[in-house]
Design a binder for this molecule. Structure first.
Ligand code: TRP
Length: 340
C-alpha cells in the first residue's frame, strides 16, 4: 500500500521560490509513489489574520493556481481547503486534552513567530493552539510523510507527542506517527544573504515572477564583498548567488566549474549573476505560463478544488469515526446499550 502524505501551506500570499525548493519540489516528485493530500491551510492562516479574512479568501485561489502551475496533479493529489473539513475542528478539540498548556507555550516555532510578529503580549488562544490543529490535520489524514520546510520540525515533533499520548490514553493504535521530509537544499536565503526568503520580509521571488523582477532581485544579491576586481579570487561560501545556483541550476558540473573559476579569479560578479538570472528564468517561465493559462479558466480551477475538498471530507469523516470508536465516544443514541 502507498504511504500517505499530508502537507499544506497557509494562503497568506502567492507561494515563492523558497516554498518551491523547500517542499513543493518534494511534493511534485512524491505524488507518484505516495497517496498525497495537499491542504490549503486557510483556518490556520486566520489564526493571525482573523481580522483580514478577505486576504486569506483571495489567496486560496492564488495558492491553488501555484499548486497546479508547478505540477501538483489533481488526478494524483487531493488538494483541499482546510476550513471546509469540520472533522478537523472536532479532532482538534479532542487533541487539546492530549497536550499541556505549558508545553504549548514552549513550542519553538510558535515562540519565534510570536516574536517576529510582535505579538508577545497580544497572542490569542487560537494562535497558541495552532500546532494542535496541525496535529489534527496530520492525524485525520493519516499523514506518515510530511514534506515541509525545516521551520516546521517542532510542530511535527509535537504532533507525534500528541499521537503517542492519544494511543496510550485510549489503548489503541489508530494513530500513526509522522515523519518530516526535509528538502536536500538548505533554506533559501533572501537576496541580502541574511534572513530567509519570505514574503513578509519583501525579499521573495514568487513562482510567477517576471524576468524583470528576477533581474532586480539577482542584481541586489550579496556575493563576496572582497571580490572587487574580476581577476581577484572570490569566495563561494556565504555567496548568495552560489546558494541559488546550488538550489536551481540542474547542471551540477557547470556549477562546479563556475565555483572553481570564481575561486581562481577571472569570473566577474555580473557575468555570474547573468547566468543565475537565466537559470531562474528557466525554472519560473513554465510556472508563469501555466499560471496565466489557468487563470483564463477560473471555473475549472474552482471545480478541481471542490472535487478535492469533497474527497477529503469523505476521508476525514471515515477516519474520525475510527478515532471516536477508539475513544469510545461514538455513541449511538438509538442503542441504549452503547450509552452505558
Ligand atoms: N504550518 C504550515 C505553514 O505555515 C501549514 C500547515 C498547516 C501544514 N497544516 C499542516 C503543513 C499540516 C504540513 C502539515 O506553512
Amino acid at each position: 500500500m502507498k504511504k500517505r502524505i499530508l502537507t499544506g501551506d497557509r494562503p497568506t500570499g502567492q507561494l515563492h521560490l523558497g516554498h518551491y525548493v523547500g517542499s513543493l519540489k518534494n511534493r511534485i516528485e512524491m505524488q507518484h509513489s505516495h497517496e498525497q493530500f495537499v491542504m490549503i491551510a486557510d483556518a490556520q492562516a486566520l489564526t493571525d489574520n482573523y481580522d483580514h479574512p478577505e486576504k486569506i479568501r483571495s489567496n486560496i485561489f492564488e495558492v491553488m493556481l501555484d499548486y497546479l502551475a508547478v505540477g501538483i496533479d489533481p488526478s494524483k493529489s487531493t488538494i483541499f481547503i482546510q476550513s471546509q473539513i469540520p472533522q478537523l475542528f472536532e479532532l482538534t478539540f479532542y487533541f487539546l486534552n492530549m497536550v499541556t498548556y505549558n508545553r504549548l507555550k514552549h513550542n519553538p516555532t510558535v515562540k519565534m513567530e510570536m516574536q517576529q510578529k510582535g505579538m508577545e503580549e497580544t497572542v490569542t488562544a487560537g494562535f497558541m493552539i495552532y500546532p494542535v490543529s496541525q496535529a489534527a490535520d496530520i492525524a485525520l489524514f493519516g499523514g506518515e510523510v510530511i514534506p515541509v520546510g525545516a521551520d516546521q520540525m517542532p510542530i511535527i515533533e509535537q504532533t507525534n507527542e500528541i499521537v503517542r499520548r492519544f494511543n496510550s490514553v485510549y489503548h489503541t493504535d489508530v494513530l500513526k506517527e509522522a515523519q518530516p521530509l526535509l528538502s536536500l537544499c538548505p533554506r533559501l536565503p533572501g537576496a541580502d544573504g541574511k534572513a530567509k526568503m519570505s514574503k513578509s520580509l519583501g525579499n521573495a521571488l514568487t513562482l510567477s515572477a517576471s524576468f524583470k523582477e528576477i533581474e532586480e532581485v539577482v542584481k541586489k544579491m550579496y556575493t563576496d564583498p572582497a571580490h572587487l576586481r574580476v581577476e581577484d579570487p572570490g569566495r563561494v561560501e556565504g555567496n548568495v548567488v552560489f546558494t541559488y545556483l546550488d538550489a536551481f541550476d540542474p547542471d551540477l558540473n557547470r556549477v562546479k566549474e563556475l565555483k572553481d573559476h570564481y575561486q581562481r579569479g577571472g569570473l566577474g560578479d555580473m557575468t555570474l549573476k547573468r547566468h543565475l538570472m537565466q537559470v531562474l528564468e528557466n525554472c519560473v517561465a513554465p510556472f508563469r505560463e501555466n499560471r496565466e493559462r489557468l487563470k483564463q479558466n477560473p471555473q475549472m480551477v474552482l471545480d478541481l478544488l471542490q472535487e478535492g475538498t469533497s474527497r477529503a471530507k469523505k476521508e476525514g469523516q471515515r477516519k474520525l469515526e475510527e478515532i471516536k470508536d477508539a475513544m469510545r465516544i461514538n455513541y449511538r443514541l438509538d442503542h441504549f446499550s452503547t450509552m452505558r
